[in-house]
Design a binder for this molecule. Structure first.
Ligand code: NAP
Length: 475
């Protein structure tokens, strides 16, 4: 961590002990630092502090809260190089990509600094002459968030920024594999003038224990989770006893469809960007490719040529495009999916080799069919299975045949087909002739078992507000 210029970003790190969580560099599995592991008593104490701070914060005007968020945004941009470095070292994504995430993550802070000023209520035409009806929006109160390791900054700000803008407080549990970025970003929030009890970062050796406290505590009024569908299901069950508001940003299985009237060059560019970003470890990564018969050979040849040029290695080195996967378990899971696909009849068209350490060679599989298990699983690695299709209606059925419904992509130059397919895809998000769709100004979220709730955009702040109806009688 010597390269980090602003040492205050590392001030939360602690010494090795039984109460410390080790953080590893996925490139070489070396320990890069420690963060505190909190006990249940520590967490209860922090929830109480968060509650007290929230009461004061909600009394501020939206403009006052906005001013703090804007300073936080400025500090994130000023410290973007340091934040990107920390992220690359703990998460593995190449430096340029990490810097892109810092900008994307800061974008949520800037966006919600403005949206917090626009949380309008309504006046409602009255059905009775002696009454007047209105609504106001109020913060839900103390909120808790649990975030994954694949976007250590953006997943935090996508939740904390709207919560704080709305007048809520926020307890955040980042993944134990990538807590350093979360703490560094929180430190900048404090330097921007945010009282520390309004944004509290929590890690523990037992994430299960943290989840149980978040779900069962009466004072926590909202839980926002981003992670796997499996853990999301468990958390939904756990929140039942306190009837807690939740939003769930869960796993995906994005189809990437190339019709025979597509611009093939554009489709290849979009496919590479969508599949290999973050070494294939994003919830919106293209997970299975459907390519129409007439264009199949041309697309596959060009795609393989592009994939063969991807440089793989330590993301701190210049020119690296694909970093390691997060750990050995992730690598084992991806390699197993590839070997199972081969056993089931797929062909390795490119890659497929297990490289030393946590690296997986970018891989293209052809001859994939809808019966193969790789088509139903979230791969979360740099592997692209390609399926040939003929008929549009059969394609739609295959594309929708999954429990997931997060992102989807298709390429066509036909305007009628564009609308027809966009409307039929059972997904929360559709990229038409575009492989990168995430932005703070558009609503991000899924349907089916990819979850519910929306983050970013004008919808994002609604997740942290209650609508109160006020009826004025005797008018
Ligand atoms: P994960 O295993 O579900 O973990 C996500 C977070 O939940 C981590 O902080 C983890 O903590 C914590 N956690 C795990 N088990 C828990 C429990 N029983 N109670 C409370 N917290 C618990 O997912 P992941 O492997 O980190 O992330 C990959 C998944 O996230 C993929 O499925 C991906 O699609 C999804 N994702 C979705 C979106 C979206 O917006 N829809 C965005 C990004 C990622 P520890 O790891 O510290 O134990």
């Amino acid at each position: 961590m010597e390269q980090v210029v602003n040492k205050s970003l590392l001030s939360f790190m602690c010494e090795e002990s039984d109460n410390a969580i080790a953080v590893y560099n996925p490139v070489n599995e070396k320990i890069i630092g420690y963060v505190p592991s909190l006990s249940s008593a520590d967490i209860y104490e922090r929830i109480a502090k968060s509650k007290a701070a929230q009461v004061l914060w909600q009394q501020k005007t939206a403009a006052e809260r906005s001013a703090v968020l804007k300073r936080w945004y400025d500090l994130m941009i000023e410290n973007a190089d340091d934040l990107a470095y920390i992220m690359t070292v703990e998460q593995g994504k190449p430096l340029a990509e990490a810097k892109g995430e810092v900008t994307y993550g800061a974008g949520f802070v800037q966006w919600f600094a403005e949206e917090g000023k626009r949380t309008y209520g309504d006046t409602i035409p009255t059905p009775a002459g002696n009454k007047r009806l209105m609504t106001i929006k109020q913060p839900v109160g103390v909120t808790a968030s649990i975030t994954p390791w694949n976007f250590p900054i953006a997943m935090l700000t996508r939740k904390a920024a709207p919560a704080l803008a709305a007048g809520c407080s926020c307890l955040v549990k980042p993944a134990n594999q990538t807590p350093l970025s979360a703490y560094a970003v929180a430190e900048l929030a404090y330097q921007a003038g945010l009282p520390e009890d309004l944004l509290i970062v929590i890690n523990s050796h037992s994430s299960v224990m943290v989840g149980e406290i978040f779900c069962n505590h009466e004072d926590i009024k909202k839980l926002s989770f981003t992670g796997s569908t499996e853990v999301g299901r468990a958390l939904i069950k756990q929140t039942a006893d306190t009837v807690k508001r939740t939003s769930m940003e869960l796993g995906g299985n994005a189809p990437f469809i190339v019709f025979d009237d597509a611009d093939v060059e554009a489709a290849v560019t979009g496919a590479v960007a969508s599949k290999f970003r973050n070494a294939g470890q994003t919830c919106v990564c293209a997970n299975r490719f459907y390519v129409q018969d007439d264009i199949y050979d041309s697309f596959v040849d060009k795609f393989v040529a592009a994939v063969s040029k991807l440089t793989i290695g330590n993301g701190l080195e210049p020119g690296i495009v694909v970093g390691p996967v997060i750990d050995q378990k992730a690598k084992g899971s991806v390699m197993k999916m590839v070997s199972t696909a081969i056993e089931q009849g797929a062909t390795i068209r490119f890659g497929g080799e297990s490289l030393p350490g946590n690296f997986v060679q970018p891989t293209v599989l052809t001859g994939v069919t809808k019966q193969m298990s790789i088509v139903q699983q979230e791969i979360f690695g740099p592997v692209a299975p390609i399926i040939r299709f003929k008929d549009e209606q059969d394609l739609i059925e295959q594309a929708n045949d999954t429990i997931y419904g997060l992102a989807s992509y298709f390429y066509t130059q036909n305007i009628n087909r564009a609308f027809r397919i966009a409307e039929q895809l059972e997904y929360g998000m559709v990229g038409l002739n575009e492989g990168i769709i995430s932005t703070e100004v558009a609503p991000f979220g899924g349907v089916k078992q990819s979850g519910f709730g929306r983050e970013g955009a004008k919808q994002g702040i609604e997740e942290y507000m209650n609508t109160k109806y006020i009826c004025l009688g005797g008018m």
